[in-house]
Design a protein around this ligand. Structure first.
Ligand code: DGL
Length: 273
């Protein structure tokens, strides 16, 4: 597909979790401009119907296309697992469409350690079977166990990331017998990179814990052909929009992006006067 122009990279998620992917994109492709949209008014998507998720995702896509984005990156596993085909079709040839699941599955099947993998994510992501089915198509003999870990998103959004509460919840989930004996754990939610170290520590660093942030950013670099003379975004400032804004979102956004950022409130569902 050829997308003309030097428009920015549009990235969206249900909330601030996708900022982990945005941060990795900025590290790998510093010359690119990003426009981020966090649908904080409708968070969490992990428990929302696919019809509603598609409706929100299309509106956000329109918003990002309105900012001339040449890439639409769904930095949300739930969107990537439940409505990706419809959304990709909707985007059509208007932008390069990228999800977070395919790059991670490719990375896992290429550099798999051991014979048993686990996946954790939101209820929607796990119930869709997206990771399980895509991995099994390439490696039918691999044991893939999946576990929905719905408390992790609100826990992280509430700022419990490095304390006794987060450690107790992480321990309770990861001790589930379905994850027993795994060699690789896929973090199937863009919120989870912020608790990756605690998860690795739980396994005493014996399990390969993989997340989408860097993997997706590297895939995007390959798609855009960075470093091989391609054009990058026109020079303009990165912008970060949220559909609902509280002081609190502003505070935690810095944890996810690993740098303080200014959130701008924009609600595309409201009539613009
Ligand atoms: N960040 C989203 C994901 O990767 C999950 C958050 C939510 O449930 O809205 O699935």
């Amino acid at each position: 597909m050829t997308i003309s122009g030097n428009g920015p990279i549009g990235i969206f998620d249900s909330g601030v979790g996708g900022l982990t992917v945005a941060s990795a994109v900025k590290q790998i492709l510093p010359a690119e401009t990003i426009i981020y949209f966090g649908d904080t008014a409708h968070l969490p998507y992990g428990d929302t119907s696919p019809e509603a998720i598609l409706h929100y995702s299309k509106k956000i896509t329109d918003f990002l296309l309105g900012h001339n984005c040449r890439v639409i990156l769904a930095a949300c596993n739930t969107v990537s697992a439940t409505v990706w085909e419809e959304l990709e079709e909707y985007i059509g040839n208007r932008a390069i469409a990228v999800n977070v699941i395919d790059p991670l599955v490719n990375r896992v099947v290429k550099s798999l350690k051991g014979s048993s993998a686990g996946v954790i994510g939101t209820k929607n992501t796990i119930n869709s079977g997206a990771y399980h089915n895509k991995i099994k198509m390439v490696l039918p003999g691999l044991r893939v166990s999946s576990l929905a870990t719905p408390l992790l998103v609100p826990m992280i959004e509430e700022g419990f990331v490095y304390d006794d509460i987060s450690n107790a919840i992480i321990r309770a989930y990861l001790s589930d017998t379905r994850l027993k004996g795994i060699d690789t754990l896929i973090l199937g939610c863009t919120h989870y990179p912020v608790i990756k170290n605690q998860i690795r520590k739980f396994y005493e660093f014996r399990v390969d814990v993989v997340d989408s942030a860097m993997t997706v950013a590297e895939e995007l670099r390959d798609i855009l052909g960075a470093g091989r003379g391609q054009k990058t975004s026109d020079e303009m400032a990165d912008r970060f929009f949220v559909s609902d804004h509280t002081e609190y979102f502003g505070k935690i956004a810095g944890i996810f992006f690993e740098k303080q950022i200014r959130l701008e409130k924009y609600d595309p569902w409201k009539q613009v006067m």
